[in-house]
Ligand binder design. Structure first.
Ligand SMILES: Nc1ncnc2c1ncn2[C@@H]1O[C@H](COP(=O)(O)OP(=O)(O)OP(=O)(O)O)[C@@H](O)[C@H]1O
Ligand SMILES: [Mg+2]
Length: 205
């Protein structure tokens, strides 16, 4: 992945349910690789890439077109590590590696509670993780050979994940999915349900 046939520098996407550690890992990757860290949630707030505030879910309503337009120039150049809790609206061509972080439910529950999440917001994000919503979203949106689902329960996982991403960026390749630091890679989990009680469960942070 270090060098693409078209000469463009690669881009990496780090996705997963809120609280799984995307921003922490992306900051480390950016710090060590010199890549630009695009924290999409931050861009949405700072650059107004939304359609207002959802007071019930306590989050901005993302405008996907505005987000993609704002990112296009950087992504065409390459050299970006993108971090967001969704992944199906980005153009597939942007990414050379897609990492989905996964955290055990009990650990994620404690992390989100510590952050002050309660009620519906806490419950929906935990359900999203249990039902592998983001993993499934990534599987239908990106090629299997560039996608890895990686465990993110502890600091040692973060270190292993950082190594994996840096190795891929430097052209040393990706370990086979089943040997990566993953919980759901190549597992029999298959297609997780995306619909419950007739509505799609959305993550929000
Ligand atoms: N692998 C890990 N092991 C232990 N703690 C972690 C790990 N990854 C992240 N954390 C901790 O979990 C919390 C959430 O991490 P972080 O903010 O990076 O998550 P996020 O996925 O970016 O969340 P959001 O989608 O809401 O932005 C932080 O306190 C961070 O220090
Ligand atoms: Mg984050």
């Amino acid at each position: 992945m270090g060098s693409r046939t078209d000469g463009r520098v690669p881009n990496v996407l780090i996705t997963g349910t809120p609280g799984t550690g995307k921003t922490s890992l992306a900051s480390l990757v950016a710090g060590q690789s010199g890549f630009q860290h695009i924290e999409v949630g931050k861009w949405v707030k700072e650059r107004g890439l939304h359609d207002g505030w959802d007071s019930e879910l306590q989050c901005f309503v993302l405008d996907e077109d505005k987000v993609c337009d704002a990112m296009e120039e950087s992504m065409s150049r390459g050299g970006n590590v993108v971090d967001y809790h969704g992944c199906d609206f980005f153009p597939e061509r942007w990414f050379d590696l897609v990492v989905v972080l996964q955290t055990d439910n009990g650990i994620l529950y404690d992390r989100l509670q510590r952050r002050g999440y309660t009620g519906r917001k806490l419950q929906e994000n935990i359900e999203c993780e249990i039902m592998h919503v983001i993993i499934e979203e990534a599987r239908v949106s990106y090629r299997e050979d560039i996608l890895r689902v990686l465990k993110s329960n502890a600091v040692e996982d973060q270190e292993a994940n950082l190594e994996l991403v840096l190795a891929a960026l430097s052209g040393r390749g990706l370990p086979p999915a089943r040997e990566a630091n993953g919980a759901a890679n190549g597992s029999a989990n298959g297609a997780a349900p995306r619909v419950r009680h007739g509505k799609r469960i959305k993550t929000h942070s």
